[in-house]
Design a binder for this molecule. Structure first.
Ligand code: ATP
Ligand code: MG
Length: 159
């Protein structure tokens, strides 16, 4: 469906406003002025965003910061990055992080709930839409997940 990207990002933040407030985590939204509406499988992309933002909140200590950034490339790919300054992921775990049920060291995630499915589901959805997803992380510094999808811009809309 035609989706206004800045609105979509604001709405994700709104869905998590309680958890964000509870942990005093700030959220910055930056959807470049060039992006307005594109055609998206909205329910599915919302699920990707929800999985990534819930991770960003879960794995970021109180007082942290999250940023959601969207850009539209010249080749009409929508790129969205979800970045946090949380606990990060050890380098040795990075290759398996998208595997089903994979969770980094049980000790740290035991008290946080979850099954280890969020990232694998996100990747399945992105792939099913012809896109790519990648994760960068530095232990104790933070994590950034970036996904990109080919999109169709709405005709007749101001660029
Ligand atoms: P679920 O999403 O099913 O509730 P989960 O969050 O443990 O459970 P995934 O979302 O697949 O599962 O993430 C897998 C593991 O990757 C997590 O257990 C966590 O160790 C690590 N991880 C994911 N996102 C982050 C992040 N933003 N910062 C630090 N670690 C992360
Ligand atoms: Mg998760």
């Amino acid at each position: 469906v035609p989706t206004n990207i800045p609105d979509m990002l604001e709405e994700v933040a709104d869905r998590f406003s309680f958890q964000l407030h509870q942990k005093a985590i700030s959220i910055e939204i930056d959807a470049g002025a060039d992006i307005q509406s594109v055609m998206l499988d909205r329910d599915q992309i919302d699920q990707v965003l929800d999985n990534l933002v819930s991770n960003a909140i879960k794995y970021t200590p109180e007082g942290g910061a999250i940023a959601l950034r969207a850009t539209l490339t010249e080749k009409a790919w929508l790129e969205i990055a979800v970045q946090d300054n949380g606990i990060g992921i050890p380098r040795k775990d990075l290759t398996r992080i998208f595997d089903r049920f994979y969770r980094v060291d049980k000790a740290r995630s035991r008290n946080m709930g979850g099954t280890g499915l969020g990232l694998s589901i996100a990747r399945e959805i992105v792939k099913a839409h012809g896109g790519t997803i990648a994760l960068d992380s530095e232990l104790n510094q933070g994590t950034r997940v970036t996904f990109a999808l080919p999109v169709q811009q709405m005709e007749g809309e101001p660029a």
